[in-house]
Design a protein around this ligand. Structure first.
Ligand code: ZN
Length: 97
């Protein structure tokens, strides 16, 4: 919600009133449901580092975890992948001590 609230704060009052109107009519729920369905069809996921939309398992991705609980994360670029590993390594180090 923080991201949405931040985005709304930056809009002019006219646009906020239009969003309020759509919210009252139930149009926002329809748009959100349709967009989730479209993204699922296209296998769009979010980069875990920068939250950019990226096609699942395209480009840079890693799978990890045990056989029963495999987890796959897809990055929009090698810089985000390196950041993810670096951060994970630092967190692991601080958990070990
Ligand atoms: Zn990214």
């Amino acid at each position: 919600m923080n991201k949405l609230a931040q985005w709304i704060e930056e809009l002019p009052i006219e646009d906020i009133r239009l969003i309020e109107k759509d919210l009252k009519k139930g149009n926002l729920q329809k748009v959100i449901t349709q967009e989730i369905q479209r993204k699922k069809r296209e296998n769009i996921t979010l980069c875990p580092v920068c939250n950019s939309a990226v096609q699942e398992a395209a480009g840079w991705y890693v799978e990890f975890g045990n056989a029963d609980l495999r987890k796959k994360v897809t990055f929009d670029g090698v810089d985000c992948m390196l950041y993810f590993f670096q951060k994970h390594k630092i967190e692991k180090k601080s958990n070990d001590t």
